[in-house]
Write a protein that binds this ligand. Structure first.
Ligand code: GLA
Length: 729
């Protein structure tokens, strides 16, 4: 059991293989104190760290300075309004407008297994993998019950947290803020690692020193966003891939969020992660419970690499679901960059014919097949096949593609509506808008009000009818604008602050419904590229489109950031045509294939039009995918060098769990004069095992390859790439 309660000392100790987390209930008022989180310790009674026996400190001994206690005590879940002036975890407003909450320990439950969070994504685990602690805390004046939920993984250094907030009184309460996790820590002069970006430039890693005050990343865009990411890590200064302490905080949620580190006057650090409280409020009627989303905490005492591998294992085994969870994904060809809106049945069949001959396994028909959609200005919401383009109908097209031995996939953007669509003309009130104000357009579209069941039902029926009409085995679910002008016709004035969260719940509900009715579907989420690449969406789709930037060199940085916390099996990556449509760069076809191999792998080009010498390489690339995908999908990820740091080359590897095989990718971005070779130090091998590098006969110990390194000869030219396959024989 990873969780123990020591009654005499009123201490809870949570243990994973390499970490301990200690909570203590102190003083007459049963404050819930946070004593420790970090590398595993043997003792459980760490209450001395809470300074309760020191000079008058706790309120029972020093009532006159109660606020001093609040202002520095490490609270497990700090509350708003009573004198802890650091960031709070929860803020409740009563009917009378007051906002002071104080929580005391009431009771607890410890059990094997992990509860689901109703109607929301969360990691899952059986009784053999996980133990859970539920700490019930109450505010008797507010008739409020707050349950702090901790699940501890037995084989991974992961602790998940979530919070349930219940109105146990007779009058309504307004939840104005609820963090999913708060953590009071010593200030070890951490560096804060976050990810920022933009369209086509997602998840670039940013490091900065944590200073006094608050530093945060957040999204108020209604989705996790291109711009910031619902993740932060606190790493000891100069932590490397394999050394240093790292605390990761990741939020299993797809809407507005905040992740924040705050260093206060006493040199302590408070970390919080949760739903962004700006524009959030939730009315709790008597008896109502609000479920906050899950936060995933990972501690590593062995640097960033260990943190990445822990997240990868967790998400591969305990978040991703469905038939493709542990399966190789079909190699797809998507027609977006090949044709944009200019396609019809004949063009698609010509692409499919050529593609199937080369070994590609699925054709995905992207945007433009429905309503009168001939550009991105119209028809979202009219999910009916445009038979002027798709002559012969969808079933005919799908059957023809199937006859070639290929699967068929299709694109939708269910959450959106174009003003120029029959759906909008019939239901203008279905769009999110503030009454009396014309909402702002983005890509000439509005956002549908997914907080309303009738809106979800109407869209679901259209989407499902298309899926029922032919043998469609893949859906790309897109979302191409962010939310604004928040207003829902169906919400009372004191509930409008619920709209952002209700919208996200609506998206989750529809994806759950879709994957339940069509369990064989491979769902790939997407949002203008990678604006909703988050663990929430990963619960519904085993892969997510990483970025609209398909340039192999731009992708290095995007994929490095993404792979910091997501398994490679989740990263949608395609080979596209050159000059690249986003940045105009020309890279060798071989490099494009090698870089896409680090993700799901597929093509996004007109295979009937690309140069013959490129086309000829496709069967080789496909063979490469089949040879390495099991390893890439299931192995341990190691970062050897980062182009975003050295501006010259990138290098990463995947090592099989039994350490008998590894594949390293080296990409030379910038060639240097008079630079004969570059040395790289392989990582993740078994020091005592002997390996051969494919294409050579000499055997080396893992220790040699990792410590003495290997030379990569000059690849002559920029943007050249090379795979290094290492195996035990
Ligand atoms: C978004 C997606 C693209 C493509 C277009 C279609 O930008 O990220 O891959 O599907 O929409 O409009």
């Amino acid at each position: 059991m990873g969780i123990n309660f020591y009654e005499k000392e009123a201490v809870f100790k949570l243990d994973t293989p390499d970490t301990s987390y200690v909570i203590a209930i102190v003083d007459d008022e049963k404050f819930i104190g946070h004593a420790y989180y970090g590398k595993k310790v043997e003792d459980y009674d760490l209450t001395y760290l809470l300074r309760t026996s020191e000079m008058p400190f706790v309120p029972s001994k020093n009532e006159r300075d109660r606020l001093s206690f609040y202002d520095c005590f490490p609270m497990e879940y700090p509350t708003h309004g009573i004198g802890d002036y650091r960031e709070s975890g929860i803020k409740i407003k009563t009917k009378s407008g007051h906002v002071a909450t104080k929580l005391s320990y009431e009771s607890h439950k410890i059990y094997a297994g992990k509860p689901a969070i109703p109607n929301m994504p969360a990691t899952f685990a059986g009784e053999e993998d996980c133990d859970t602690l539920e700490l019930l805390c109450v505010d008797k004046e507010q008739n409020l019950e707050v349950t702090l939920v901790y699940s501890v993984f037995r084989h991974l250094d992961v602790i998940t947290r979530s919070v349930r907030v219940k109105n146990a009184g007779e009058q309504e309460l307004y939840l104005e803020k609820v963090m999913s996790a708060c953590l009071d820590m010593d200030n070890k002069e951490y560096e804060l690692l976050t990810m920022h970006g933009s369209w086509a430039r997602e998840r670039h890693i940013q490091k900065r020193t944590v200073g006094f005050g608050k530093q945060s990343v957040s999204s108020c865009r209604g989705e996790s966003s291109h711009q910031d990411h619902p993740f932060m890590a606190l790493a000891t200064k100069n932590a490397t891939q394999d050394a240093g302490e790292v605390y990761g905080f990741h939020f299993v949620y797809s809407g507005n969020f905040i992740a924040q580190a705050e260093v206060g006057q006493f040199q302590t650090l408070r970390a919080v992660i949760g739903i962004l409280s700006e524009d959030f409020s939730w009315k709790l009627q008597p008896g109502d419970t609000f479920h906050a989303p899950e936060a995933v905490l990972v501690y590593s005492s062995k640097g960033l690499g260990e943190m990445s591998r822990t997240y990868h294992d967790l998400y591969r085994n305990h978040l991703i679901r469905g038939v493709y969870k542990d399966k190789k994904r079909p190699i797809l060809i998507n027609n977006w960059e090949a044709t944009y809106f200019e396609f019809d049945t004949d063009k698609l069949l010509a692409i499919a014919r050529e593609a199937s001959g080369l070994g590609i396994e699925m054709l995905v028909m992207d945007d433009g097949w429905f309503g009168h959609r001939s550009s991105d200005n119209m028809a979202l919401g009219d999910w009916f096949v445009n038979e002027k383009k798709i002559t012969g109908g969808l079933k005919y097209l799908v059957d023809e593609v199937n006859k070639m031995g290929m699967k068929f996939g299709i694109w939708f953007e269910p959450e959106m509506v174009s003003p120029d669509s029959d759906f909008y003309r019939a239901h203008p009130d279905y769009a999110i808008a503030v009454p009396g104000r014309v909402p702002g357009l983005s890509r000439n579209q509005y956002v549908l009000d997914f907080s309303r069941q009738e809106v979800i039902d109407a869209v679901y029926e259209m989407v499902a009818s298309v899926l029922r009409s032919a043998n469609i085995e893949y859906v790309k679910w897109d979302m191409n604008r962010q939310l604004s002008d928040m207003g829902s016709l169906m919400l009372d004035s004191d509930c409008q602050g619920e709209l952002y969260h209700r919208y996200v719940l609506g998206v989750y509900q529809m994806q759950e419904r879709l994957t339940s009715e069509f369990p064989y579907l491979l769902l790939e989420n997407c949002s203008g590229g990678g604006a909703r690449f988050d663990p929430g969406m990963l619960y519904y789709s085993p892969q997510i489109w990483c970025s609209d930037d398909t340039d192999a060199i731009e992708r290095l940085q995007i994929q490095e950031g993404t792979a910091l916390i997501y398994p490679l099996s989740a990263m949608g990556a395609h080979v596209s045509d050159c000059p690249n449509h986003t940045v105009g760069r020309v890279t060798p076809f071989e490099t494009r294939g090698i870089v896409a191999l680090a993700g799901t792998f597929g093509y996004e080009l007109d295979v009937t039009k690309i140069p013959e010498e490129d086309r000829k390489q496709i069967p080789e690339q496909i063979a490469m995918y089949h040879k390495y995908n099991d390893l890439v999908r299931t192995g341990d990820y190691y970062r050897l060098a980062s182009y975003s740091e050295n501006r010259e080359f990138d290098c990463y590897g995947v090592v099989s769990k039994d350490k008998k095989e590894a594949l390293y990718t080296f990409v030379q971005v910038l060639n240097r004069a008079n630079c004969k070779s570059r040395k790289i130090f392989l990582r993740g091998l078994d020091a005592k095992k002997t390996y051969k590098i494919e294409g050579t006969d000499q055997e080396y110990f893992g220790s040699t390859l990792m410590n003495a390194g290997i030379n990569i000869e000059n690849l002559w030219g920029d943007f050249r790439a090379k795979l290094i396959h290492v195996k035990c024989y």
